[in-house]
Design a protein around this ligand. Structure first.
Ligand code: CA
Length: 562
């Protein structure tokens, strides 16, 4: 080794810096991004020559063509293309990874990879959601170059794409790995330099994408924003089928919602509030202290048991038993809990919760996802004709293990391709100075915030009892799946994440706003009487937003994260 060479000196300097960081326990700080202006748009269609990539079009989108909460999105460049065009040996169909990029004229030097929801299969507008419902801003408006993709299959190929092994892997993680270097090259061609900093964000399956990227592509992303993450998606989908079967014990072949009717859901929500609302210091309809509520509320004790017919002011013994099985969650073939418990939260009275529990679990959502994408081998075509029958016939002990199975054709199980490897660690991300912000609505009907809180506990344990120097979790009381519910669900988690990554200022609290009457995008789930201007702090778990005892009860400033 030549000690005089600049490369060696640099390497030695970096090693000394890393050693110093290790000594003090500090993590490396990533430098801030710097912006510039768009240099090319239409020319990108011919100028960008990348392997396995077709740029179908590149064109200027005038200001105001798109808007967010009435604010016009400024002029930007829309690049549309596809990668890895191929024909499947399994089903003979043509597959590709379709994508779009939206490149702002005034660029902030950052790349935002947008993860989309559900089973993917469509290229959502690359706007870059920043968290919660009724957004007033997005990453594109903030000057990020944003990428969105269909994760390797089209809407027409839903849900049978899961019978193609490569399409499974693309949906799980491989499309992200393929798209990332392409997006960096397009940005370089458009602005004259590659992005200084890269972010990955999304909610639901998009939150899963974000966490998978944080594990598999830790070197590529500096900031991870994972909302209501389905990081155990195959397990959650199986738990959905199990839940449908429990509801059917009372609903029979009828509407599953009849087993737990709207007035009964409101009754349980009201009893949860009676026990838990004031635990955070203020009876305001919001249960911030979800951990204390777990022991404070007891379904058996706190909800009256019907002595006669169900009239909406009681639950039958059979209903209580059914709900206990669902909120506890099923065990798997190994005798351990297959997925997770769910917390009782007032948000279970909201329509989104009901939609996941009573509709998605028996229609062309959870059953077909399990049948074609998550189980190995996949089911034969035909499940879409009667997904409810598939859900009812699914035996958790007999069929559940298929989400861990692989064979000669499907060489990775769905728990392998869908979930982040080393999910309790993320050490590679941490060591290079990248940061992760996770949020989760407590009244999510499909992905349990208990699962996410338990994961965060294990992450803390991996990192000596404290992971808050690189990963923070924010529970959102009352919020359903990514938005809605009796909650303050309007918040921007991306701006605090950038502050943390690039300026070393970790988010101590994030202010969320309720969308009451008079709000531009009102939330229909809010109880009457909630002002549009109600704000609450979202707090890094396990701290809880507690009322200070004297301030304005509608304002976040009157709450402390303790
Ligand atoms: Ca409260």
């Amino acid at each position: 080794m030549d000690l005089r060479s600049p490369t060696t000196l640099l390497a030695t300097g970096a090693a000394l810096l890393l050693a110093a960081c290790a000594q003090t326990g500090a993590l490396p700080r990533l430098s801030a991004a710097s912006g510039t202006s768009l240099q090319a748009c239409a020319e990108l269609a011919t100028r960008v020559k990348l392997p396995q990539t077709v740029i179908a079009s590149a064109a200027t989108v005038p200001a105001g063509t798109l808007a967010v909460a009435g604010q016009p999105i400024p002029e930007h460049c829309l690049v549309v293309g596809r990668m890895n065009e191929r024909t499947s040996a399994v089903d003979g169909q043509a597959y590709a990874i379709g994508f779009q990029m939206r490149l702002p004229r005034d660029w902030n030097g950052r790349f935002y990879h947008q993860g989309n929801g559900g089973l993917d299969g469509f290229v959502a507008n690359a706007l870059g959601p920043v968290g919660g419902g009724g957004e007033l801003t997005n990453a594109l408006l903030q000057g990020f170059a944003v990428l969105s993709s269909d994760a390797g299959h089209t809407a027409r190929q839903l849900p049978l794409f899961g019978r193609d092994p490569q399409a499974r892997l693309d949906y799980g993680y491989a499309a992200v790995g393929t798209l990332t270097p392409m997006a960096r090259d397009v940005i370089k061609a458009a602005y004259g330099k590659a992005p200084d900093r890269s972010y990955f964000g999304g909610c639901s399956n998009g939150g899963r994408h974000a966490m998978v990227a944080a594990s598999r592509y830790a070197a590529d992303y500096d900031g991870i924003l994972a909302g209501n993450p389905g990081f155990n998606l195959p397990k959650a989908a199986v738990a959905q089928l199990y839940g449908a079967q429990q509801f059917a014990t009372l609903a029979g072949d009828g509407d599953l919602a009849s087993s737990f009717a709207p007035d009964e859901r409101r009754l349980v929500a009201e009893r949860v509030r009676a026990r838990c609302d004031a635990l955070d210091g203020l009876a305001d309809g919001m249960v911030h202290d979800t951990v204390a509520c777990r022991t404070a509320f007891n379904l058996e004790r706190d909800v009256p048991t019907c002595t006669g017919p169900r009239v909406g002011t009681c639950l039958s013994a059979a209903q209580k038993s059914m709900l206990t099985r669902i909120f506890t969650g099923p065990n798997g073939a190994d005798g351990a809990k297959l997925y997770s418990s769910f917390p009782f939260d007032p948000g279970i009275a909201a329509s989104d919760w009901a939609s996941w529990k009573f509709v998605s679990s028996i229609t062309n959502r959870d059953p077909v996802a399990v049948a074609y994408v998550f189980q190995t081998p996949p089911a034969a075509p035909g499940v879409t004709a009667d997904p409810r029958a598939f859900a009812m016939a699914f035996d958790v002990l007999r069929d559940g293990p298929k989400i861990f199975a692989r064979d000669a054709t499907y060489t990775e199980s769905s728990m392998e391709f869908m979930t982040p490897p080393n999910v309790d660690d993320f050490g590679a991300l941490k060591r290079r100075g990248a940061k992760m912000v996770v949020y989760h609505g407590v009244a999510d009907g499909v992905f349990s915030s208990d699962d996410t809180a338990a994961w965060y506990g294990r992450l803390q344990a991996t990192h000596g009892g404290d992971a808050s120097n690189f990963a923070r979790l924010f529970l959102v009381p009352g919020m359903n799946h990514c938005r809605g519910g009796p909650s303050a669900d309007q918040f921007d988690m991306l701006t605090p994440l950038v502050e943390w990554v690039e300026r070393g200022r970790p988010p101590e609290r994030v202010v969320a706003r309720a969308r009451g009457a008079g709000h531009p995008v009102p939330n229909v789930d809010l109880p009457e009487g909630w002002p549009a201007a109600r704000t609450r702090p979202l707090c890094p778990y396990p701290s809880v937003a507690r009322y200070d005892g004297s301030g304005n009860t509608e304002r976040a400033e009157s709450f402390e994260c303790r």
